[in-house]
Design a protein around this ligand. Structure first.
Ligand code: ATP
Length: 238
């Protein structure tokens, strides 16, 4: 199976704080990989390093055959890595369709016109099609999350990274988002998912758990579900 992302010996921090210590993992094409861990465990820091928002202290990050460290966020996006940050960043004063339009990068068009790319997103999220003229800031949290995911998909990424997409959503809306992620994966896009919602395990092929920036567990879905640490933290059981 071909690899869409490889992280090797990644360490990163803020000032004197080392937030991520020597983390390694890889993601195969079409895989859903979950990063688990309590608040402050270092999950978002790993995503920031991958997307070029932060420079790691050590390590390598390979995607699309290229080293990502040292690249700017827009260069990382051109290499096929899209990021849905925590808090669903959308342009609140732009309409749904304008939000999708400004996210399109010609270099990643893969033969699709802007119109075709937008229509692909509407097929995935019909709710966005119904609201195409509405200002994003006036939509519900779940609708904004759909739009944030739609924006990240405009460039047909090889890897879609999402930072807690279910945060603040109703259980029903969170289920809908996870169900759509399954459809995105079925289309061949790999997913790196940071989550605190136990439903993410149903979607996961593999993953790892972080504590204080260290990997404390790594394995396939069964290994994660069987782990006492994961059960305590995510499933509310011993
Ligand atoms: P959460 O689920 O709360 O977002 P997380 O696992 O994503 O947590 P990180 O955001 O990566 O964790 O934070 C890891 C550590 O780095 C924490 O101790 C946090 O306080 C610290 N940290 C994160 N961002 C900064 C920053 N901009 N400046 C200083 N310290 C930071």
């Amino acid at each position: 199976m071909s690899e869409v992302l490889r992280v090797e010996g990644l360490s990163a921090g803020y000032g004197d704080l080392i937030a991520v210590h020597d983390v390694s993992f890889s993601i195969g094409q079409g895989d859903v990989f979950v990063l688990l861990g309590a608040n402050g465990a270092g999950k978002t820091t790993i995503l920031r390093c991958i997307t070029g928002l932060m420079s790691p202290r050590q390590g390598r990050i390979i995607a699309g055959g290229a080293e990502l460290i040292g690249k700017k966020a827009h260069e990382v996006a051109k290499l096929g890595v899209s990021h849905v940050p925590e808090g669903r960043r959308v342009f609140t004063h732009l309409s749904v369709e304008e939000n999708l339009g400004v996210s399109f990068i010609d270099a990643r068009a893969k033969g699709r016109t802007l119109r075709q790319a937008i229509d692909e997103i509407y097929a995935l999220f019909p709710r966005l099609s119904e609201r195409r003229k509405q200002h994003a800031g006036t939509m519900s949290g779940g609708e904004q999350q759909m739009l944030a995911i739609g924006r990240a998909l405009m460039n047909a990424p090889d890897l879609l990274m999402l930072d807690e997409p279910s945060l603040g959503l109703s259980p029903l809306m969170a289920e809908l988002v996870f169900e759509r992620l399954a459809v995105i994966r079925a289309g061949g896009t790999s997913i790196l998912l940071v989550e605190q919602n136990s439903s993410c395990l149903e979607l996961a092929d593999r993953g790892l758990m972080l504590a204080n920036g260290h990997v404390v567990l790594a394995g396939d879905r069964a290994a994660l579900e069987d782990s006492d640490m994961v059960r305590r933290a995510y499933l509310g059981t011993n």
